[in-house]
Design a protein around this ligand. Structure first.
Ligand SMILES: Cc1cc2nc3c(=O)[nH]c(=O)nc-3n(C[C@H](O)[C@H](O)[C@H](O)COP(=O)(O)OP(=O)(O)OC[C@H]3O[C@@H](n4cnc5c(N)ncnc54)[C@H](O)[C@@H]3O)c2cc1C
Length: 674
């Protein structure tokens, strides 16, 4: 047989969906420019992973139910609650990101091949195909569900030399990588795993050799790295890439799946199975008559996936002055620009933290050159922006500070491995009894009650305005602010005592920016089982609403049932009636007449809130009087009524108890860091 005419290197993309500042593309272009790489062609390959993303919608024809039953893979659902692991918002964002990369690569004469399945099986299928293995050759890994080998013609012209990919910290990702390595090395090919360089500080520059030396307190970690502005490396330059293999030589997508030809069809294939089985019985919905433009303007995250959109967003943040103002706005709840909204692109590697840093440096130093054609138009946008050419400011420093949190949680994931997903957390906390929905440690009746509480939590019908607004926002848009996330996580874990992993699974399903280390690490932190140095931190969502949603704008945006509540003492004035505000924060507190007027008398979240939190800004006792209590026989935690007072604010004086004490401490630390 003639020797193969093409020597192929496969690059599997996963959470590194970008062309710029990409260590693998950098290496490929470097070797290519050096003249004599061992390979002649490359294959950039993205596989929608069947265990994380539901892929039954890629099966052509038939109704959705039939499609699910025909898929060789189990549904991609979370382990405990059974939520879709990748809900509609992230599925769409991911498809847009993959498509954007395909187009960017196309523009530089390369391309991206898309497949669905388990990545190791797809790699095996490719290698088998090029090794000329015929039908019947296992295209399937031992122990996995069957995926039929490709039946198309054999292509002896190509030899696979190796497979490259970047590593991830998630347990599952590590296992997937290991399976790929075994397949590749089992065929005597080269396997190479690159450290992705999408973080703020490169692993090579960390002040410790072994991750076991990572401090358990973020502040200690941060201090060891300050000044942060001096730390990041420069983004990598990508030169010309080796030619891509002709797609005709490739095996087709293993049956029964079909890869769509357009972005619209790709999104439709991902969304189809998700739409027919929504995870909660009474999901929130947009008003029927709301236009898609109005939805986008109401959403805090109206952005599309992809490297191009990410780079445009960075440009916008700098030219609008939003980045310079970040420190003052970052605790906002409503709007597009109160925080950077870069997280979703960072999570799947459409952009790197050091690219953000590098753009901020150019902005801070004001070094754009009007003589350079490519910098001229940027200069016209940036030069009038707040902070241009004036060095690091509070806002840009604040963004660096937050980006380091992201690095930190990734390293925490590396240090603690599987403990990231464990109920007892990194701390191994044993003394807390959680309300659970799984069989272990629970009787069926209690599990059933917890399940119904969980549904109300997910649906945004708990009766606590801030929590409900956030939960409806996340369901409808895939995003909610960091402030809201902290409150939601604290509420589930500490007021309701519900197994915090259910919240983490819900966020995994809902968030457009889901990231394994950041999500599970943050949930543990807030639930009190992770590496928060202060044990017992508790967010009081009523006080938090008072601090961060002073005029009730956020709650009214997302809980339309309460929009008709007029908070101003006089129309158009800034003078807010605090009692009504308290009614917005917990609608059970509204007088009966107001409840009737607003049509709230039949609503469970008004009449039977999951928790009543005692909190008042007047000297008068709360309407229910006495201790706060949870309702419906649920073993949760209400507020406490011992009045210890606190700071005066507005007209009255805080009348709260233990919860305020916790919040005073909370304010002093305030996770300004988080
Ligand atoms: C319970 C809970 C779950 C979370 N789950 C995720 C998740 O799955 N994915 C995710 O990216 N972030 C998560 N976060 C962190 C944080 O809420 C988001 O990163 C942030 O809200 C994203 O919006 P932004 O890009 O506008 O953030 P900005 O405020 O603009 O911050 C800039 C960047 O810094 C990083 N950052 C900010 N805060 C944190 C933080 N607390 N931890 C780690 N990195 C941070 C993010 O990359 C963010 O894009 C979670 C926080 C909590 C409390």
């Amino acid at each position: 047989m003639a020797p193969p005419s093409q020597k192929l290197l496969i690059y599997i993309l996963h959470y590194d969906l970008r062309l710029s500042d990409n260590p693998v593309f950098h290496e490929l272009s470097r070797i290519h420019s050096n003249g004599t790489p061992a390979f002649t062609h490359i294959l950039p390959l993205y596989v929608f992973p069947a265990h994380q993303v539901e892929v039954s919608g890629f099966i052509p024809e038939g109704d959705e139910q039939a499609a699910i039953s025909k898929s060789p893979y189990p549904e991609a659902r979370s382990q405990i609650a059974g939520f879709w692991r990748c809900g509609p918002h992230r599925a769409k964002f991911l498809a847009e990101s993959v498509w954007d990369l395909k187009q960017s690569l196309g523009r530089v004469g390369s391309g991206l091949v898309i497949r669905v399945g388990m990545v190791a099986e797809i790699v095996q299928n490719m290698i088998d195909h090029f090794e000329g293995k015929t039908e019947g050759t296992p295209g399937v890994l031992p122990g996995s569900e069957s995926v039929l080998p490709d039946k198309s013609s054999i292509a002896p012209k190509v030899e696979v030399l190796g497979v490259w990919m970047t590593t991830d910290e998630g347990d599952e990702e590590k296992q997937d990588q290991e399976k790929v390595r075994r397949v590749v090395e089992g065929h005597g090919k080269e396997f190479r795993a690159f450290q992705d360089e999408k973080f703020f500080i490169d692993d090579r520059d960390l002040p410790f050799k072994s991750v076991s030396d990572l401090p358990d307190v973020y502040t200690t970690f941060r201090k060891s790295l300050e000044p942060l502005r001096d730390r990041p490396r420069h983004p990598l330059r990508i030169g010309e890439l080796p030619p891509i293999i002709s797609t005709e030589l490739l095996p087709t997508q293993p049956s029964p799946f079909h890869i769509p030809d357009t972005l619209g069809d790709l999104i439709a294939a991902l969304l189809k199975p998700l739409a027919q089985s929504i995870d909660v019985p009474k999901p929130p919905s947009w008003p029927d008559d709301m236009s898609s433009e109005a939805k986008l303007s109401q959403s805090a995250h109206p952005f599309s996936g992809g490297e191009s959109a990410a780079l445009r967003r960075i440009d916008h943040l700098l030219s609008s002055g939003a980045m310079s103002g970040y420190k003052d706005t970052r605790n906002g709840l409503v709007g597009h620009d109160f925080s950077t909204k870069l997280s979703a692109w960072l999570a799947i590697g459409c952009v790197t933290a050091r690219q953000i840093h590098a753009e901020m440096v150019v902005f801070e130093e004001g070094t754009l050159d009007p003589e350079k054609e490519e910098e001229k138009s940027k200069l016209s946008r940036w030069r009038l922006a707040d902070g241009y050419g004036q060095g690091e400011n509070k806002g840009t420093a604040g963004v660096r500070f937050e980006l380091l949190w992201r690095d930190y949680f990734r390293l925490v994931a590396r240090k603690y491995g599987y403990k990231l997903y464990h109920l007892r957390g990194l701390r191994g906390t044993k003394d807390k009894r959680w309300n659970r929905v799984d069989k272990r440690g629970n009787n069926p009746k209690a599990a059933e009650i917890t399940r119904s509480v969980l549904h109300r939590f997910c649906e945004g019908r708990t009766g606590i305005g801030l929590i409900d607004a956030s939960q409806r926002e996340i369901f409808l848009t895939g995003y909610t602010s960091n402030r809201a996330r902290q409150n939601v996580a604290s509420f589930l874990a500490k007021h309701l005592n519900v197994d915090w992993r259910l919240g983490a699974e819900w966020y995994e399903s809902m968030l457009v920016d889901y990231d394994v280390a950041n999500n599970w690490g943050n949930w543990q932190y807030v639930a009190g089982v992770g590496n928060d140095p202060r044990e017992g931190r508790l967010f009081n969502p009523v006080k938090q609403a008072l601090d961060y949603d002073k005029k009730g704008e956020y709650i009214k945006t997302w809980v339309p049932e309460l929009r008709g509540l007029e908070l101003e003492r006089e129309k158009g004035s800034d003078d807010i009636d605090e009692e009504k505000l308290m009614g917005l924060f917990q609608p059970w507190r509204l007088p009966e007449s107001e409840q009737k007027r607003l049509g709230l008398t039949e609503l469970d979240f008004v009449q039977k809130p999951l928790v009543k939190i005692q909190f008042s800004i007047t000297k008068r006792p709360c309407p229910s009087g006495g201790r706060g209590r949870s309702t419906g026989g649920y073993r949760g935690r209400g507020g406490h009524s011992s009045s210890r007072g606190g700071s005066s604010r507005g007209r009255g004086r805080w009348r709260t108890g233990d919860m305020d004490k916790a919040n005073e401490a909370e304010q002093s630390l305030d996770r300004q860091d988080l």
